[in-house]
Design a protein around this ligand. Structure first.
Ligand code: 2AM
Ligand code: CA
Ligand code: CA
Ligand code: CA
Length: 259
């Protein structure tokens, strides 16, 4: 078994270098392109940071397989050894429009089992990291597992489009909560749930959006599955719900009920 803390020492240093590059882009300028729509952006920084992580991984762990949002995608199912999932900038729209509320994320698996998860809140310079057997840390400080709050007792992070279209009755879940929050970055939303600031988060996500968050959430006894109660795959996009056990049961009860 690769030593988690030995790996962590290397990986954590990459995030601070990524931060410098991202902050520098304010001076050097951003090129913004559209992917599938005017709401689906990619910048030279998304591509540059992913390239930087890939180079670091190849240099330090040459036998790795890598899946990244902006690059080549190795197959998770057939990958033994170290497998990496990268989201170089999560919340690219926020990055472009607000210059804040975005994250940089890496998830690491060994022989298809979770090993380490990282969500880096770039602007606030906080690294949320951990994995099975380690618990979850915010920089050097260990997080306590959030209380198992009911839906009525907490805020619910949701995807804006799902809420607008009342996807699978999500508005009913929001009405039963203390209110909806829409932050526009899956990574930032996961951080709120990890810290007990939101009772759950619901969105339609791809593997790089949820991989790191799922590793951290499971290490804090949160539930992270599809809204139909299925374990998260590593290939498709999924309706992902991360929540306290109580809120998870309540939200899926509402969203999977026959209407
Ligand atoms: P991204 O910025 O890395 O693409 C925005 O609601 C959140 O959903 C972000 O975490 C964003 O990640 C993610 N997302 C997933 N698919 C998306 C898409 N097609 N367009 C915009 N955001 C998407
Ligand atoms: Ca994107
Ligand atoms: Ca993302
Ligand atoms: Ca991204």
């Amino acid at each position: 078994m690769t030593d988690q803390l030995e790996l962590h020492e290397k990986i954590s240093s990459w995030f601070h270098s990524a931060r410098d590059q991202i902050l520098n882009s304010k001076q050097t300028g951003l090129n913004v392109d559209y992917k599938t729509s005017r709401l689906d952006l990619v910048t030279n920084m998304d591509r540059g940071i992913e390239k930087f992580y890939r180079e670091k991984i190849r240099e330090n762990f040459p036998d790795s397989n890598i899946m990244g949002e902006e690059g080549q995608k190795d197959e998770f199912r057939s990958s033994q050894g170290l497998f990496w999932v990268i989201d170089p900038i999560d919340g690219t729209m926020n990055f472009v429009k607000q210059g804040t509320h975005f994250a940089s994320m890496i998830a690491v698996y060994q022989d298809q089992k979770p090993l380490l998860g990282y969500i880096y809140d770039v602007i606030n310079d906080h690294l949320y990291w951990g994995g099975p057997g380690l618990g979850v840390y915010r920089d050097d400080q260990k997080l306590t597992a959030p209380m198992d709050l009911a839906l009525a007792d907490g805020l619910l992070g949701v995807n804006g489009a799902m809420l607008m279209h009342n996807y699978r009755n999500v508005q009913t879940a929001v009405k039963q909560s203390a209110g909806a929050r829409i932050y526009g970055s899956a990574g930032i939303e996961f951080i709120h749930v990890l810290q007990g600031q939101c009772v759950g988060y619901l969105s339609h996500l791809r593997p790089w959006d949820y991989a790191a968050g799922a590793i951290l959430a499971e290490s804090l006894n949160l539930i992270v599955k599809t809204i139909d109660g299925q374990p998260l795959g590593m290939v498709e996009s999924e309706d992902v719900l991360v929540a306290t056990p109580q809120a998870y049961r309540q939200i899926t009860g509402i969203m999977t009920a026959e209407s």
